[in-house]
Design a protein around this ligand. Structure first.
Ligand code: ADP
Ligand code: MG
Length: 245
């Protein structure tokens, strides 16, 4: 598959003190690709996501978004960061703002859209994630699954080129997981480029173009879900799969 690279990490390294959390990471995510990142707790999955969005700095290596290297700071960083939306485990919505205001806020502040235009777009996106009738509510009045769908609408509102999801369903009650995964599957079908850290192996099998398996800060395997789940190569991956499947 000759896909155009949208996110590229080249020889990326990161320490937290003495702990080497990202070790020589090389990863390319093509436009329209869905890459699922899995691996044991502490293997560096969140740090990888946060590095792509420069929520963490890295010590060496290069990260490119659509061919442009992420700078350390400044206006260019803010612009490139807005190209990559992030959805966290803990929705991070503003508690004292309505659902509509949560989705509109950054459109006005970062993208410079007029309030009316932003609200129009927010309502369209809320409709897309199945929450058209919840726009005037506050986050606490929504279920966890609904709040996470608001967070996805908010990320989409920035018109990002790619979305990063860090365990988006891990904080949800089981009956709400599917409504969030279904929104993500729909985005994948529409061609959104996505990096998804998740323990939902059903989602990995059905929606991922590639599965990246991490352990101890390294990418150990980077293969199709079919290859990974039917014939993992490394002992680390075999051991991990035997524990979760
Ligand atoms: P994962 O998401 O795969 O569970 P993380 O990327 O969160 O892993 O963490 C990788 C390692 O880095 C873990 O050992 C974790 O304790 C450590 N770590 C993460 N964030 C910090 C931080 N801000 N300061 C120090 N250590 C950290
Ligand atoms: Mg994590």
């Amino acid at each position: 598959m000759a896909v155009e690279p949208l996110i590229e990490l080249r020889d990326v390294n990161k320490h937290f003190g003495a702990l080497h959390v990202l070790r020589d990471i090389n990863l390319t995510v093509g436009r329209g690709e869905v890459v699922v990142v899995i691996g044991p707790s502490g293997s560096g999955k969140s740090t990888l996501c946060r590095a792509i969005n420069r929520l963490e700095t890295v010590e060496s290596g290069t990260i490119l978004i659509d061919g442009e290297a992420l700078p350390a700071e400044g206006k260019e960083l803010a612009r490139l960061r807005a190209e990559v939306g992030m959805v966290f485990q803990s929705f991070n919505l503003f508690a004292h703002k309505t659902v509509l205001a949560n989705v509109s806020l950054a459109q006005v502040k970062v993208r410079g859209r007029k309030r009316g235009e932003a609200d129009r777009r927010s309502r369209e996106l809320l409709e897309r994630v199945g929450l058209a009738d919840q726009a005037e509510k506050f986050p606490a009045q929504l279920s966890g699954g609904q709040q996470q769908r608001v967070a996805i609408a908010r990320a989409l509102a920035m018109s990002p080129k790619a979305l990063l999801f860090d365990e988006p369903t891990s904080a949800l009650d089981p009956e709400m997981i599917n409504e969030v995964l279904e929104v993500m599957r729909q985005l994948a079908r529409e061609g959104m480029t996505m990096v998804v850290v998740t323990h939902e192996m059903g989602f990995a099998r059905s929606a991922a173009n590639r599965v990246v398996f991490m352990a101890d800060g390294r990418i150990i395997e980077d293969r199709t879900p079919e290859q990974f789940f039917t014939a993992p190569e490394s002992d680390r991956a075999k051991d991990f799969l035997s524990k979760i499947l």
